[in-house]
Design a protein around this ligand. Structure first.
Ligand SMILES: O=C(O)[C@H](O)CO
Length: 336
């Protein structure tokens, strides 16, 4: 029997997913290039698959039947041309899909899907971590220790707590609901959410569906958990910050470009908003020279929301299962 040829766009895919694919497919792994000595000394953030590397791998791997897209290099017409006409299915090993040219993939009759939900708990945990760290000024406190500025006086490093707060969630999907569920033990006064439609969570945690403007004006904590789309790109701009409370804490665990970073820096520096916790930035990787890293009331992590061993292993299995289904002529569980 001929085994379908499946390309995985980086060797970084976790073993459980690779093992599952190997049971019935021939698996080709695109190696992640090592950093050069110059790149290391220039402080380059880490080994990544460049677009050029991936184009080269695609060209040398034909014919291929399926692809697990396990990195954030953009999947577009140029990539698809090189993948060749035998390509039947692509699944991205992520919940977000803004790096996939879905229209172009579908136009070619190729099934395309994503891998949501397996990472929800892990990302929700990072959302809570960022909310707590930003609202309680953890980064600022650490900087003060390092600078020998530790002060023991009653009004030093005062922050804002979750108890009695209004928490607003923008985009109540699996991650938003995960945050809601976790924060329901923090004595939050009320939950608001906004998005394209009302959700059953309305009943489950007493969360109230409101318009974005109302959420911005009323919330003490705002969590961004929506997808990056044409409607949400730069949703948080100077105008949005001006509507928010001066004591608000903004947490973004979705995608960097949903927030206008220059406007955010201004809002943080001028006290238009109190603090921000960001697991995602624009651009990524965030350059070490970014002004955002100089802002004391911003807590920043490097898009690591889904970085737990279990979440990454589960995502790899889900992606492999989806691709195998598509290759056997079945629909994918989470099509795009
Ligand atoms: O979309 C996702 O799966 C997470 O943000 C990790 O990229």
């Amino acid at each position: 029997m001929i085994r379908p040829r499946v390309l995985v766009t980086s060797t970084d895919m976790m073993q459980p997913g690779i093992e599952l694919l190997k049971k019935t497919c021939e698996v080709l792994l695109c190696p992640v290039p090592e950093l050069t000595r110059e790149e290391i000394s220039a402080g380059y953030p880490g080994p990544v698959q460049s677009r050029e590397d991936l184009l080269g791998h695609l060209k040398n791997s034909c014919p291929i039947d399926g692809i697990v897209w396990s990195n954030k290099v953009r999947c577009d017409a140029e990539m698809l041309d090189l993948a060749g006409p035998s390509l039947k299915a692509i699944v991205t090993m992520s919940s977000g899909f803004d790096h996939m040219d879905v229209d172009e993939i579908r136009r070619r009759g190729i099934q395309v899907g994503r891998s949501p939900f397996a990472l929800d708990a892990a990302v929700a945990e990072v959302g809570v971590m960022l909310a707590l760290s930003a609202s309680r000024r953890a980064h600022e406190g650490r900087l003060m220790i390092e600078r020998g500025q530790w002060e023991s006086r009653p009004q030093w490093l005062l922050g804002h707590g979750l108890k009695g707060a209004t928490v607003g969630i923008v985009g109540l999907g699996g991650i938003g609901r995960g945050i809601l569920k976790r924060l329901s033990n923090f004595e939050v006064e009320r939950f608001l959410y906004t998005g394209r439609s009302r959700k059953p969570a309305d009943d489950e945690f007493g969360a109230k569906f409101v318009l974005l403007d109302d959420l911005l004006r009323q919330s003490d904590f705002v969590f961004v958990t929506c997808a990056l789309t044409n409607e949400t790109r730069q949703l948080f701009d100077a105008e949005a910050f001006a509507k928010m409370k001066r004591t608000v804490v903004l947490v973004n665990v979705a995608r960097g470009p949903i927030v206008d970073h220059s406007a955010l820096i201004q809002a943080l520096r001028h006290g238009t908003i109190f603090a921000a916790g960001l697991d995602v930035t624009d651009p990524e990787p965030l350059p070490a020279s970014s002004e955002l890293l100089q802002v004391p009331n911003a807590v920043i992590t490097p898009h690591m929301g889904s970085c737990t061993v279990k979440a990454r292993a589960d995502i790899s299995v889900l992606a492999a299962q989806s691709l195998l289904l598509a290759l056997s002529g079945e629909p994918m569980p989470y099509p795009l």
